[in-house]
Every structure is written in structure tokens, then in C-alpha cells.
Design a binder for this molecule. Structure first.
Ligand SMILES: *[C@@H]1O[C@H](CO)[C@@H](O)[C@H](O)[C@H]1NC(C)=O
Ligand SMILES: *[C@@H]1O[C@H](CO)[C@@H](O)[C@H](O)[C@H]1NC(C)=O
Ligand SMILES: *[C@@H]1O[C@H](CO)[C@@H](O)[C@H](O)[C@H]1NC(C)=O
Ligand SMILES: *[C@@H]1O[C@H](CO)[C@@H](O)[C@H](O)[C@H]1NC(C)=O
Ligand SMILES: *[C@@H]1O[C@H](CO)[C@@H](O)[C@H](O)[C@H]1NC(C)=O
Ligand SMILES: *[C@@H]1O[C@H](CO)[C@@H](O)[C@H](O)[C@H]1NC(C)=O
Ligand SMILES: *[C@@H]1O[C@H](CO)[C@@H](O)[C@H](O)[C@H]1NC(C)=O
Length: 480
């Protein structure tokens, strides 16, 4: 008996050290070519990742997570909120099909994320009236399904739902235009023993304000800390988190648990989005989380999910070209940089995806015989970029040092690969050609990618491709 108690004690101690402080990841699937979910789950396991946050209840992803031992937060996209808010039956249906079914099959669902940053000011209030009713209906449906204790609801909110007029965390409160609504929601979460989820983006702070002190984003001390009474904030995550905690305290909910739903740093598409900064930020974050020191106002384990696991080439670049480059892994599951997710073992590094299948070693480039004065070039490049991914081209990006011919070839290749190396996707009115010689220059950071093979939907994509081609013809005609 005693031995067993000891074992239990050691186990729970280990868990205190390891379980509570392990970082989770966001697994988004807005990619033209997704890695097979089973390969991703294997990769999660090999990296010791124990928690994932999903943006939707994707069947393939949830199937792959069965009996994996990985904890799951399942998201509900904003466009489903209206239906869920309007009908309890719809919410019950959603819970039955997208939670109960998988829980019964051995998926360890812990949270349902109702909406994704629904109160962003850029949405012009579209989701203001429906998010809370949707939250209530989903909670009621979970209880009805017998999952009330096991699965908690939450709403991942952008940190713009609160602010501090003075800039000091202790002056934090909810945004005045949604103050009443926030208090209702927080009170509901509190009643249901559910957490507040917030997304915190130091990179965006820097992107929006070039004067934002870079060292205040990282976790290695700052020359411009924020002094708040007896507390000195050395990094923006702690300050931001405690601004939220102050807002919660001010409104009587200072005990609510907080999850940092998204936090990370992109590697491309902007002058401050690079491998070096991303590694510095994410390693600092992992170490901060692993240390379990918490924040000045709430010492103890910090629950956080890295944004993100894998790059997604279909994400909108409206916020900026960096948007497709948040992954700690490239599109093919290759690690981008050395990152120790355990915090304590500094020599551990990311383990890449295994068993990934690539298309042939072929690229599409501008024909060497075609001069830069060729009249087809401009329209072809814009077409390729609009339909594939040129977010790595531009000032101080990974392909920022390409010359004009390199730029054009990069765009052509991106389109060709996205269309599964279809011969017709490397023509552009006869100015492009397929080559088996890698156009990537080994002394440049620019990668001319080869796309991965996808088991499903290949035929679907070629149908889409044909339509794209039809649309291309008028563009060229207009240009000529
Ligand atoms: C389950 O979730 C998926 C993905 O968000 C959604 O398309 C589907 O409509 C949901 N099922 C139900 C019954 O609501
Ligand atoms: C919000 O309003 C602005 C200005 O009226 C408009 O330009 C924008 O498209 C709107 N956004 C959405 C998501 O409706
Ligand atoms: C939300 O409800 C309020 C009050 O019922 C109403 O004035 C407002 O127009 C509604 N907003 C939207 C976006 O539906
Ligand atoms: C928070 O929890 C502590 C200890 O469990 C309790 O004493 C305190 O009253 C709680 N505060 C609120 C605002 O619920
Ligand atoms: C640390 O990580 C390295 C590389 O993954 C591994 O070889 C080593 O065994 C680990 N050390 C400990 C103490 O876990
Ligand atoms: C390459 O393309 C980028 C982005 O489209 C552009 O900013 C840059 O000026 C181009 N470089 C050359 C040499 O044409
Ligand atoms: C390769 O890239 C380096 C660094 O950008 C550049 O100096 C060199 O000219 C490039 N070589 C070729 C063959 O394009």
C-alpha cells in the first residue's frame, strides 16, 4: 500500500511539474495541401505536445485524435453562431455530432470554443448579439448530453476586449462599448466553472506601432518595463494578462481561470517576422510557461496554446503577409528552427513529421529565353500570386533578395505546386517552363517549395483548377 501511495505521490508531483505547465498548440487547417492528420498526431506525440486547440470540428482531425491521450479544445466558427444562438435544437445537434460522438470514441475533448474573436472591432458588431446566446445554448446542450463536468465552454477573445486607460495593468477594465456584455459573459463562465480565453499578440503590437519596444515582447528583460505600483512588468504577456485579471477583479470575478488561447510569432512576410525573432519569442514563452512562475498578479502555472503548429497557405493576407507563416513547422511538417518545448531540456528540439509524401522534384520557372520586357509577365505574376502564395516575396522577407527573374519564377512555381504540378499550370502563355533543377539558391533563405501529396480531394482540386484556368483567359486578353 505504502509503495502505491508513494508512486501516486511521485506521479502527481511529476504531473505538477510536467502536465500543468506543458504548452499546447493551435492546429489550423486552412491549407491547400494538408498533412494527413494521422501524421500530425504522431508528430504531436513525438514532440510531447499534450493539448491542441482546433478552429472547427474537422472529422479527419478528430478521428486521428482518438485515443491519442491529447486534450482537445474544439472550436465553433463564427458563421455558425447565428444558428446556435437562435435554436437550442441546433446547439444540441452540434454537441451531439461534434462532441459526444468523438468523446464516445475516445477523443479527450476538454473545451468547446464558441466563436473565434467574435468581438473584434473589424467585425462591426456582427456577432455582438449572438455570441452570448450561442454560448448559453451550447452550455445547456453539453449539460443535456451529460458532458457538463467534463467539457467546459469558453469564448476565445482578442485582447482588444479590455484595455487600461493609464497603460498600467492594474487599471484594466473591459472595453466601454461592450462592458455590460462582457460582465454577463464572465458571470456565466464563472457560474459554469469555465475559463476566460484570450489571444495575446505582441507581434501585432509591434506591427502596428514601430515604436513598440522589441525587448518588451521577448522574455529576457526590458529596457522599457512598465512600472505599476510595486510591480515592474518586464514583458508584455505578463502585463497584458494582468490587465485582463484586473478587469476581472474589478467586476467581481477575480478567481476566473484564464487560458491564453493563441500566442506566437510568425517567421515570414514582414520585416519583424523572421526565424530569429520567432525562435527567441517562442522559446522565451515556452520557458516562461514551463517555469510555472505565472504572472505577478497570478503566480502559478500559465495555460497557453502556441499559435501555431503548421503554416497555412490559404489564410487571408488581409491582416498582413505574415498571416500564412505562424507555424513552428513549415507546411510539410519540417521544423523551422530549434525549439525546446520542454523548457527544462534546452538541447531538445522539434521533431519533424514522418512519412510525408512529396510530389516530384520539379519546379516551374520563367523560361530563360523570355526577356523581362515580355508583355505577359505582369498579368501572369499577378494571376499566380492571387491564386497561390507570394507572401514570402517583399521587403525583408525570406525571398526578399530575389532578382526580378527570381521573383517571377517564385510566383509561377507557387501556382504550379498549388495545382499539384499540373502541366497546364506552368504555361502562362508560353513564358514558363518546368525544370528539374532546384531554383533555390543555397546562400539565400528563399525556398522554392515542392508541394506535398494529399491523399484526398486531389480530383476535386483539379476541377477547381480547370475553372481557374477559364478565369485566367480573360485576364490575359485584357492585358494583351
Ligand atoms: C460540426 O462541425 C462542423 C465543422 O465546424 C460543421 O460544418 C457541422 O455543421 C457541425 N455539425 C452540426 C450537426 O452542427
Ligand atoms: C465594417 O465597416 C467598414 C466601414 O463601414 C467597412 O469598410 C467594412 O467592410 C465592414 N466590415 C465588415 C466585416 O462588415
Ligand atoms: C443588437 O441588439 C440591439 C438591441 O436589441 C440592437 O439595437 C442592435 O441593432 C443589434 N445589433 C445587431 C448587429 O444585430
Ligand atoms: C476567490 O477564491 C478565494 C479562495 O478560494 C476566496 O476566498 C475568495 O472569496 C474568492 N473570490 C471571489 C471574488 O470569488
Ligand atoms: C534532451 O533532448 C535531447 C534531444 O532531443 C535528448 O537526446 C536527451 O535525451 C534529452 N535529455 C533529457 C534529460 O531528457
Ligand atoms: C520582387 O517582388 C517583390 C514583391 O512583389 C517586390 O517588392 C520587389 O521589388 C521585386 N523585386 C524585383 C527585383 O523585381
Ligand atoms: C545567391 O544568393 C546570394 C545572396 O542573396 C547572392 O549574392 C548570389 O548572387 C545568388 N547567386 C545566384 C546564382 O543567384
Amino acid at each position: 500500500m505504502e509503495v502505491r501511495y508513494e508512486a501516486l505521490f511521485v506521479l502527481s508531483f511529476l504531473c505538477l511539474v510536467m502536465c500543468a505547465s506543458a504548452i499546447g498548440v493551435n492546429w489550423g487547417i486552412q491549407a491547400s495541401h494538408q498533412l494527413p492528420p494521422s501524421i500530425v498526431v504522431q508528430m504531436l506525440k513525438e514532440n510531447g505536445i499534450q493539448k491542441v486547440k482546433l478552429f472547427e470540428a474537422d472529422d479527419g482531425v478528430l478521428e486521428a485524435l482518438k485515443k491519442s491521450g491529447i486534450q482537445v479544445m474544439v472550436g465553433i466558427p463564427n458563421d455558425l453562431l447565428n444558428g446556435l444562438a437562435g435554436s437550442e435544437k441546433t446547439a444540441e445537434n452540434w454537441v451531439s455530432k461534434n462532441v459526444s460522438k468523438y468523446v464516445n470514441d475516445g477523443v479527450d475533448v476538454r473545451y468547446v470554443a464558441v466563436g473565434n474573436e467574435p468581438f473584434l472591432q473589424t467585425y462591426n458588431g456582427t456577432y455582438l448579439n449572438i455570441t452570448y446566446p450561442a454560448l448559453q445554448n451550447v452550455q445547456a446542450a453539453l449539460i443535456k448530453a451529460g458532458l457538463g463536468n467534463q467539457v467546459k465552454v469558453t469564448i476565445p477573445l482578442n485582447a482588444d476586449v479590455y484595455a487600461s486607460a493609464s497603460g498600467k495593468p492594474s487599471d484594466g477594465d473591459f472595453r466601454s462599448d461592450i462592458h455590460g456584455l462582457m460582465v454577463q459573459i464572465v458571470s456565466f463562465l464563472n457560474d459554469n466553472n469555465a475559463p476566460f480565453t484570450v489571444n495575446i499578440y505582441p507581434f501585432i503590437s509591434l506591427y502596428n506601432d514601430p515604436n513598440f519596444p522589441l525587448d518588451y515582447a521577448f522574455f529576457q528583460g526590458s529596457a522599457s518595463p512598465v512600472v505599476d505600483g510595486s510591480i515592474t512588468y518586464m514583458n508584455v504577456l505578463d502585463a497584458n494578462h494582468d490587465t485582463l485579471l484586473s478587469a476581472l477583479r474589478k467586476n467581481g470575478f477575480g478567481n476566473l481561470s484564464i487560458i491564453v488561447g493563441e500566442i506566437g510569432w510568425p517567421t515570414d512576410g514582414d520585416m519583424n517576422a523572421n526565424i530569429q525573432y520567432a525562435r527567441q519569442f517562442n522559446q522565451g514563452l515556452v520557458n516562461h510557461v514551463s517555469s510555472s512562475q505565472g504572472t505577478p498578479l497570478r503566480p502559478g502555472p500559465l495555460d497557453a496554446y502556441l499559435f501555431s503548429l503548421i503554416d497555412e497557405d490559404l489564410k487571408s493576407v488581409l491582416p498582413g503577409n505574415f498571416e500564412r507563416h505562424w507555424g513552428i513547422f513549415y507546411y510539410d511538417g519540417t521544423p523551422k528552427y530549434q525549439l525546446s518545448l520542454s523548457g527544462s531540456n534546452t538541447s531538445a528540439s522539434l521533431v519533424g513529421a514522418k512519412g510525408v509524401k512529396y510530389l516530384d522534384r520539379k519546379w516551374c520557372v520563367l523560361k530563360p529565353s523570355v526577356g523581362l520586357d515580355n508583355q505577359n509577365i505582369a498579368a501572369s505574376v499577378s494571376y499566380a500570386c492571387a491564386n497561390a502564395d507570394c507572401s514570402s516575396l517583399g521587403y525583408k522577407t525570406s525571398c526578399g533578395d530575389l532578382d526580378a527573374r527570381g521573383n517571377i519564377s517564385y510566383a509561377f512555381n507557387s501556382y504550379y505546386q498549388k495545382n499539384d504540378q499540373d502541366q497546364r499550370a506552368c504555361d502562362f502563355n508560353n513564358i514558363a517552363t518546368v525544370t528539374t533543377e532546384n531554383p533555390s539558391n543555397s546562400s539565400s533563405s528563399c525556398r522554392f517549395n515542392i508541394m506535398i501529396e494529399e491523399s484526398l480531394a486531389t480530383s476535386l482540386r483539379s476541377i477547381r483548377y480547370s475553372w481557374g484556368w477559364v478565369a485566367f483567359i480573360p485576364v490575359l486578353v485584357i492585358f494583351l
